[in-house]
Write a protein that binds this ligand. Sequence first.
Ligand code: COA
Length: 260
Amino acid sequence: MGYNNILVQSEDGIATITINRPKKLNALNQETIQELHEAFNVTDEDKDTKVIIVTGSGEKAFVAGADISEFADFNVEEGTHLATNGQKILFDFVENLSTPVIAAVNGFALGGGLELAMACHFRVASDNAKMGLPEVSLGLIPGYGGTQRLPQLVGKGRAMELIMTGSMIDANQALNYGLVNHVTSQEELLPLCHKIALKILQNSPVAIGAAVRAINASTKKGVNGFQTEITEFGNCFGTEDFEEGTTAFLEKRKADFPGR
Ligand code: COA
């Protein structure tokens, strides 16, 4: 499928989705959100894709937020729909994919941009990256999951301060807060993400999907994460990946997981 706002490239089991509106600092308009949904869905269902990396085009921004020009005249119903639809088709969707999703934060990640990075399974940043949730400066609050995922990642007090002040933090502070896992130069950002992806690629995709579901259960209200872990753990014993993984270990060879 052809896209107007994103680029998708696949190589060696790694799909890279690049948000490509550099003149608008990759701001997320509705069409981009829909295209991202499509691209994540297609790559997740492609059995040859084992890891997805999402990044922004240009040297300045990952994503500078939701496209403000699209919602400046919205009323209460339209605002509610914007958040409901966005959370469902992109942010929750990405968080719950079985395929690992790494955010390569290559510059500004503000508002919806930081919310997208936080919906990914983990984040790697370039040293020029700046992150924040400035919505209160627009008379809004984050609507794409930011009030929920930021406290999960950095703690409630830091989330309160970041959201109330609308301030940006730099990559090193984000590292210090645990918001990103690694910081590197801009040139090394995608190579480092690939290096991490190659390590993930060696492991069982079925087990990784189960791990994502179990880890995500730890932050879902009304869900017993320990019970989810037991169920997912038990189910692993019925997979061909488990059979291959244990057999390869006992035969002192590298496992070649069928992904079933
Ligand atoms: N929505 C729509 N357009 C955006 C945007 C957004 N969230 N962020 C940036 N843009 C556009 C600008 O309007 C500008 O477009 P123009 O050239 O047609 O005027 C272009 O991207 C470049 O941005 P500009 O502001 O000129 O770049 P800068 O380097 O001076 O500032 C930022 C960079 C990120 C600090 C600034 O763009 C900004 O504050 N953006 C909004 C961040 C925000 O509030 N996000 C949360 C939204 S809920």
